[in-house]
Ligand binder design. Structure first.
Ligand SMILES: [Zn+2]
Length: 466
């Protein structure tokens, strides 16, 4: 590749539909980037706007460039595509002659066609003759235009109306935006996509598109889209802020994705169907206990691994251990904050739901810190410092929740355990699981002593997070 000390960039657009000169701007940008990549010095940029290379009308900048080439002021020409230069074969021949005489290379962004050799010349001639191939080149330009749209945070043209927004894809459709907010906060608070779909159907929320009812497949794309956080995505990449308003905050999006990821890691919904799935360990071998068995004799049991890393010799009755865990959880919930977390069943007040999510988030943070300390990733001092911050955030989140619910969980603890129990039973399983996970790190189940049929509490060695 020859060195260019005085490259010329030529750009032209035949009909500048946007009226913003974007077409030319794009061509210039790409040509400049190509020049930079090759360490070429750009001496001049020649721009003709709104003049067709077909029409035969004079193009002032093009003519000026030819003069500069002939005068030896240019040693290379950069153009986005050959059809920007000319579409008339006769004109192309003239251009080639001028460039050949002046020993000037012509390079295009799209095809990297050099006119400096025979092959390049041939390709250039064919390209020029193939005015019929316009559509292909147009699609490349349209793609480029779409990318630029995306970079500017603008929506795609065409396609279906995104849920939560009007047909212009920018203006909020309030009633749908509210639904999205609810969905996001409930999801963060631990409800599954499946539960959310059922909730939407129960509430009679209109389904987007032509689908008869809400499904996980309708809910998921809405929830995990960057769009609802006001982020412009292009081909799966997040490019930056969009011009439309966000429905959920960036922080909420992070939480939402974290929840989604941890659920996906868990291997889908099946694994998480039971209250204590993943939370029980075998007291013989340390293996995780898996749920098994028909409804009347459900159990959590150690599964024999093919590599003998687990024993497969221990199980516990599911109903009994779940009953014990729920009761123990309720006792632990009888503590500041957790009371209102439990009592505050899902409401349509999205601010309230957001505050519950904040409390849960703060509690998760505390748990994570404890885990990091346990895993040796944090020193005692680091843990103490981080925990102080997290604990303050926790208290603050609880205060916010208090203000919203009008309860005073920080002053007086609700002593009515029966009410708590009833509240617990009214929660759906995903929410119960979410609460259980914030409370119980894990429980080790020890082997059953001979002769006992009842659940012996000494078999259970629970490790609570708070
Ligand atoms: Zn075992």
């Amino acid at each position: 590749m020859k060195q260019a000390n005085a490259a010329a960039i030529y750009a032209r657009i035949s009909s500048d539909q946007s009226g913003e000169g974007l077409g030319v701007q794009r061509q210039l940008e790409d040509c400049r980037r190509l020049a930079a990549e090759r360490h070429w010095v750009v001496a001049a940029e020649y721009v003709d706007n709104d003049i067709s290379a077909y029409s035969g009308k004079t193009r002032p900048s093009y003519e000026r460039m030819l003069i500069d080439i002939e005068a030896g002021r240019v040693d290379a020409v950069l153009v986005y595509h050959l059809d920007r230069l000319t579409r008339r074969p006769a004109e192309l021949e003239h251009f080639i002659d001028v460039c050949t005489d002046a020993r000037v290379d012509v390079t295009t962004v799209t095809g990297d066609i050099g006119l400096g050799n025979d092959n390049g010349l041939m390709i250039a001639r064919i390209t020029s003759a193939m005015a019929a191939a316009e559509s292909g080149r147009k699609s490349a330009r349209i793609k480029r235009k779409m990318l630029q749209n995306a970079q500017m945070g603008k929506p795609n043209s065409g396609g279906a109306r995104p849920y939560g927004y009007e047909n212009d894809k920018v203006t909020l459709r309030e009633e749908e935006a509210r639904v999205i907010r609810d969905l996001a906060l409930r999801y963060i608070a631990g409800e599954s996509m499946n539960t959310l779909a059922r909730w939407l159907n129960r509430e009679g929320i209109p389904v987007p598109g032509k689908a008869p009812s809400w499904h996980v497949q309708t809910v998921r794309p809405i929830l995990i889209s960057a769009r609802i956080a006001g982020i412009r995505e292009y081909e799966g990449r997040e490019l930056g802020p969009a011009i439309w308003p966000a429905i959920i905050s960036l922080d909420e999006r992070r939480q939402l994705l974290a929840v989604h990821q941890s659920k996906s890691r868990g291997g889908g919904t099946k694994k998480n169907r039971y209250l204590l799935s993943g939370l029980l360990r075998c007291g013989r071998c340390g293996g995780v206990l898996f749920h098994s068995g028909p409804p009347n004799i459900r159990r959590y049991q150690c599964q024999l691994a093919t590599d003998d890393s687990t024993c497969g010799r221990l199980y516990i009755n599911a109903l009994k251990i779940e009953g014990w865990a729920a009761a123990a959880a309720i006792m632990r919930l009888d503590a500041p904050g957790m009371t209102s977390l439990l009592a505050a069943r899902v409401t349509d007040d999205d601010r309230h739901t957001a505050q519950i999510a904040d409390v849960m988030k703060a509690e998760r943070a505390l748990t994570e810190l404890a885990e990091m300390l346990g895993a040796g990733e944090l020193s005692r001092a680091e843990y103490a410092a981080a925990r102080k911050v997290a604990a303050e955030r926790h208290v603050e989140a609880l205060r916010e929740l208090d203000r919203a619910t009008g309860t005073h969980v920080l002053d007086g603890i609700d002593p009515d355990r029966a009410a708590l129990t009833r509240s617990w039973e009214r929660l759906d399983l995903p929410r119960q699981r979410a609460i259980m996970r914030t409370l119980l790190e894990y429980a080790i189940i020890h082997p059953r002593p001979r002769g006992t049929r009842k659940l012996d509490p000494t078999r259970i060695e629970a490790r609570w997070t708070v």
